[in-house]
Design a protein around this ligand. Structure first.
Ligand code: NAD
Length: 300
């Protein structure tokens, strides 16, 4: 029987701080397939995440098919806005959420992985993070600083992760990120430069697939996912409306679940997908293929 077999593989999922997002679902699917998972968690959310885990608040969603609970091999602090600790301004380094966690930069993450597991220790890197401080602003009302912050955290961070963690990855490694249709079509409300960040992420997926493919033998793909009422998406506002809009207009008129993205993620990182690289894979109940709204008329 054909199955996703990730036994013996180690994954780093950057962008988990609760059980409500795509990163958590991908971590769960990777674990179901036999991989071990470390997280990179944003320092401002780190304490809350660890408390939720320790107090058993996420036990229901951590439950795996065999009844055991999803475990994280390590939970590393990661602020993907910074490539090295020196890049972080003093007010961040001395902030109460940051000052005691050690080196939270992308290079700090690399160093911790090497210290904990050696220099050929990683098979899978998942980039499941985004932040656009002005996401609620239309592009016309977005400041240069807001725009650059969105692209830095949500797109350049993938380049930074691949360039720093690529050398630690074993042969046939896989990198995966999460994109959104707003990178290629207009989605009013997805502002602050976030649409440009997703366009950059998809373009960089192709270029990184070529460069890291030739250099390290890695595959690099992105999933363009449908809307999910995660913590990050709730910051955009109107996420529930988007979920309903997709349900009304997609070829498959049903709500997308995080695990449906999680299992595609596990597949894309598995040997079964060894022929796929540089791709944007839609996991959105087919919504991206539509040209008109069904709900606006009586086309069916
Ligand atoms: N939810 C959706 O509707 C949707 C749709 C398509 C794509 N996506 C993408 O999926 C990915 C995961 O988002 P999600 O919606 O599952 O929400 P989420 O809240 O689970 O994940 C976002 C994570 O990014 C982290 N983060 C923010 N700034 C960071 C930084 N500077 N350094 C490190 N981590 C940082 C947050 O702490 C959070 O854990 C994002 O790339 C998002 O754009 C989401």
């Amino acid at each position: 029987m054909l199955s996703i077999d990730l036994r013996g593989k180690r994954a780093l999922v950057a962008g988990i701080a609760d059980d409500g997002g795509y990163g958590f679902a991908i971590a769960k699917a990777l674990t179901e397939a036999g991989a071990t998972v470390c997280t990179g968690t944003w320092p401002p959310a780190l304490n809350i995440f660890q408390n939720l885990l320790e107090r058993g608040k996420m036990d229901e969603s951590r439950k795996l098919a065999d009844g055991s609970l999803l475990q994280f091999e390590r939970i590393y602090p990661l602020d993907a806005a910074y490539d090295s600790l020196q890049d972080a301004p003093a007010e961040i380094r001395t902030n109460k959420r940051y000052k005691d966690v050690g080196d939270f930069s992308v290079d700090g993450l690399r160093q911790r992985l090497v210290a904990d597991f050696g220099d050929q220790s990683l098979d899978i890197v998942i980039h499941s993070l985004a932040n656009g401080p002005e996401v609620k602003n239309p592009l016309l009302a977005t400041s240069r600083a807001g725009y650059l912050a969105a692209v830095s955290v949500s797109a350049y961070s993938l380049v930074s992760l691949v360039s720093r963690l690529g050398p630690l990855m074993r042969p046939h490694g896989a990198v995966l990120s999460l994109s959104y249709l707003a990178g290629e079509r207009v989605v009013p409300g997805y502002g602050g430069g976030m649409s440009a960040a997703k366009a950059a992420l998809e373009s960089d997926t192709r270029t990184l697939a070529y460069e890291a493919g030739r250099k390290y033998g890695l595959r690099v793909n992105t999933i363009s996912a449908g809307p999910l009422a995660s913590r990050a998406a709730s910051a955009i506002g109107q996420i529930q409306k988007m979920v309903e809009y997709y349900t009304a207009n997609a070829p498959l008129p049903e709500e997308l679940t995080a695990m449906e993205v999680g299992t595609v993620g596990a597949f894309l990182c598995s040997p079964l997908a060894r022929g796929i690289s540089g791709a944007t894979i839609y996991v959105d109940k087919g919504y991206h293929s539509m040209g008109v709204e069904i709900s606006a008329g009586n086309l069916l």
